[in-house]
Every structure is written in C-alpha cells, then in structure tokens.
Ligand binder design. Structure first.
Ligand SMILES: [Zn+2]
Length: 489
C-alpha cells in the first residue's frame, strides 16, 4: 500500500444468487432432494449421468421458478428451454450441467429493498432454473465424491451491477432471502448450503488525467468472488475487494479493463484469494439439451402465480409505515416472515388497534414466535388481550408479566387467568381506599412533601401500585395521592 490519497471512485457490485428450490425431488429425476441415508444414497442413473438415462423436468421446480420470477417483477419467457453447459469436473458426472443459457424463465425484473440508508432498487437481469452439481470432499490423501446434491433444483438470480456499498449488498441479500422464503420457493438456509452468492466487484475510478480527455471513469477488472455461504461473508468480501483494488490502483497508478478474475473468500484469513484469471470468456460449448422439451406454458403459470401472490414484503413494510403509522424498525421486524406478518394482521384486526399490537408482538417476539409454532394461543387471543389493556380493563404490567407468559406456557385463555388471579382493574372505591391507607401509614413522608419536597410522594404512588398488585392506573393514583396530601393535583 502507498499513502497516495484515495482517488475519486465508485463501487460497482452485481450479484449472482443460487437458491435451492423447495421441491420434494431433484430437478430432472425422482431422487429425493433431501434426507437420505449417508453419502450417495440419493442417486439414480439420471443424476449419476449414466449413459442412456433421460432427464424429466420437475413440474414443481418449474412452478417455483416461475413464481420467483413473477415476484421479482420479471418478463416471463414465451419459450424457455434448457442448455448443456460443458466443463470437466469430477463432481459433474455427465461432463455438462443442465442450465438455461439462451432462454431464462425470467428477465428484466426489479427488486425494491431498504438499503443501508434508504430505499434502493436493483435490476434483475435474469432468473433461471438449473441443476446443482455433486460435491468433492478433499482430505489429505484423496478426494471423495458425493452425488446427493447432483441434480437438485437451483434457482439462479442474476442482478445488474447496481449496488454501490457493502451495506447495500448485505441489505439486498437479506431482501432476496426474505422474498424467497416469503413466497415459499426456498428455505434459503445459507448454513445448509440452500442459498449461496457470488458478488462481482469492481471500481470505477476517475483519473485526474482523464479530465482533459473526457473519458470520465476507468473501470478496474471485475473480480468474481465464488460461492459465499453467509451474508456477512459477502459484505466483508466486498469490503476487502474494494480495498484491494484501490490499493492496486494506488500502487501501479494505472489500471484498465483487464481480464475477469475469479477469487475465493478465505474465512480464516478474512480476505479474497486469486483462483484463476479468465483470459477470455470460457467456452462452455452451450447447446440446447435435446432430451428436454421446450416449455411454452410459462406465461400461463405466471398468470396463476400472479393471481395467487400475496402482498410482497417490501410493499407490506411500506404500508405498515405509511398507513398504520408503525416505526420503521417495527415494520421491519413484522415483515421478516409471511407467517408472522399475517399473524400480526389477524391480531391487529381483533384488537382494532394495530400500533399497540405491533408493539406487543415486537416486544415479546420470541414468545409470540413460539406461540405461532406450537399454537399455544391465537392471534385473536393476543388481539383481545391488547384491546382489554388499551381500554384499561386489564393492568398492563399484569398482562406483560403474568398473563402473556402463562398463555404462552400453558395455552390458558387470558380471561381465565384474569378471573382466577383477580386481575381486573381495581374499581375507584378500591383505589381510593388503598390511597388513603398508604397516606395514613406514612406521616413522615406526608410532612416532607408538605414542607416543599412533593417528589417523595412517588414512594407512596409505588406503594399503592404494589398494594393493588398493579391493578390501578398509575397516573390516576398519582393525582389522588397529591390531592389528598397537598390539596391539589
Ligand atoms: Zn436421481
């Protein structure tokens, strides 16, 4: 590195995302897509690439791909087909991968998401359906091959290079993962290899010498960072790559469009490492897969997908902020999954009060999520409880500390808990009696308050709240105590 000041530059990042589709079987054979009984138990002549075995397209994989392309706002292909992409690798048994080259299912889409510091858009170049490869497992002595993943249905999403910061890269990947889960096309568990991403990173640098020539921005060569399996790693790899390319530019003073390079991310060293330099576009000798038909029904499937599609997470988040008046971070939490968001809407409907319900859910998120999974209480139960609290019929503290935890633990109805524990709000006579008894019991504090330190009356307010087990309204108790002691509120 040199200490030359950084030149003016902008970061240019595009993403390739691979997500495993939620299908029972693999993409082109009947092998199970998950489960199995040890390495190479989920294989057959098709996914092992044995001579004469013929692929059959999974209808479910096609459906889910179209659904994803629709949700990403893509134009859907009238005719879509598959191609063979040839390259030699031990875990690619056929010697080619079945993918889509010339006719992706979807093109020209758009994803809106909340970026590092405001709303962002990323254009979607293409969405296509392909098969996964097997796995090579290297140890010191040998390489072993497992073909259980070979042939699994993968969705590939390619964005345009519209991202400008690593924070936006992170936010975009989070948005893609949330969307894929929301529409039910992928579980997208990155730690299980169900979603992987490859950022393409370069810089556009404004060289001072360019000022006279009019060529404003000079690009550095694009680095493609392979197979990242966490969103954090993707953001860090982009940060590292930006610093590396900048340092290289500073050291050499010139950098021009050079060959694309492929780099790997080393988690232990927290840096990218050169894997290979692509002197020219790799020659994969694409040719249409002759054993699969051209699909012409994608537009019809897209029509059905559009009709069945629920409101998408970004639109719903905006509606929560704009129409319901929820704070942005609350709207974010509530739109993390479709299940939680739908549950919130049912609870808000039952309470007829979206904002308090949202605060209750976000403030007790672990408990609510467990309740959804184990069906301990319903959205309507929570909504009715919140309504009772908001209308002053059930004490807020008791609802939080006693009622909601018991609903979650035992599934007891909140009305039963209130009746059993005597948790209805104290009536006016009971509160007034408690205030009088407390004031009578503390002549010293009363004297201090009357001598010019009314703040000590807070001790009495606390005592009354304890005496009524939180079943009184604290503001009302305060007014009554001050009235009794000071003769004014
Ligand atoms: Zn198979």
């Amino acid at each position: 590195m040199t200490d030359t000041p950084d030149p003016e530059y902008r970061i240019v990042v595009g993403l390739e995302v691979h997500a495993q589709l939620r299908t029972r079987t693999k993409c082109f054979c009947a092998c199970a897509a998950s489960g199995g009984d040890g390495p190479n138990s989920r294989t057959c002549p098709v996914c092992l690439g044995l001579p004469g075995a013929l692929p059959v397209l999974s209808r479910a994989a096609l459906d889910l791909s179209v659904r994803a392309a629709v949700a990403l706002g893509c134009r859907i292909a009238q005719h879509t087909w598959w191609d063979r992409k040839h390259y030699g690798y031990a875990d690619l048994p056929k010697g080619y991968q079945i993918t889509q080259h010339a006719s992706p299912i979807g093109t020209d889409g758009l994803l809106r998401f909340e970026g590092g510091d405001g709303p962002r858009e990323v254009r979607i170049q293409r969405v296509h359906l392909e098969e996964d490869t097997g796995r090579s497992i290297h140890d010191e002595e040998r390489t072993r091959l497992a073909f259980d993943r070979a042939g699994i249905a993968l969705l590939e999403i390619v964005t345009e290079p519209d991202l400008r910061t690593s924070a936006d890269v992170r936010a975009c990947l989070l948005a893609i993962r949330r969307l894929l889960r929301w529409i039910g096309v992928s579980d997208a568990e990155m730690e299980h290899g169900q979603m992987r991403c490859e950022p393409n990173v370069n810089l556009h640098i404004r060289c001072s010498a360019d000022a006279g020539t009019g060529s404003a921005w000079t690009p550095t060569p694009i680095a493609e960072i392979k197979n990242l399996n966490s969103i954090t790693a993707a953001a860090r790899a982009v940060d590292y790559e930006v610093a590396r390319q900048l340092a290289e530019w500073n050291a050499t003073g010139t950098i021009g469009p050079g060959p694309r390079t492929t780099r790997g991310w080393s988690e232990s060293a927290q840096r990218t490492e050169l894997q290979r330099v692509k002197e020219e576009a790799a020659d994969y000798r694409f040719l249409p897969e002759p054993d699969l038909p051209v699909v012409t029904c994608a537009p019809e499937l897209a029509e059905a997908a559009r009709a069945a599609q629920s409101e998408l997470p970004d639109a719903r988040r905006r509606r929560y902020i704009d129409d319901l008046g929820l704070p942005a971070e609350v709207a974010d939490e509530l739109t993390q999954t479709l299940a939680l968001s739908d549950w919130f809407e049912r609870a808000a409907g039952a309470a007829d009060a979206p904002r308090p319900v949202a605060a209750w859910i976000v403030g007790n998120l672990a408990l609510v999520e467990a309740a959804i999974v184990h069906r301990r209480f319903s959205a309507k139960d929570l909504g009715k409880l919140v309504r009772a609290v908001e209308r002053g019929r059930v004490p807020r503290a008791a609802a939080r500390r006693i009622i909601l935890p018991e609903m979650a633990r035992r599934g007891t109805k909140w009305r039963e808990i209130v009746a059993r524990e005597g948790l209805e709000m104290a009536d006016d006579a009971e509160v007034a009696a408690a205030v009088r008894a407390t004031v009578d019991a503390h002549p010293d504090l009363v004297e201090t308050a009357r001598a010019g330190r009314p703040q000590v009356l807070e001790v009495l307010v606390g005592d009354v709240m304890r005496a009524t087990r939180g079943r009184a309204d604290a503001a009302m108790v305060r007014t009554l105590v001050r009235g009794l002691v000071l003769g004014r509120p």
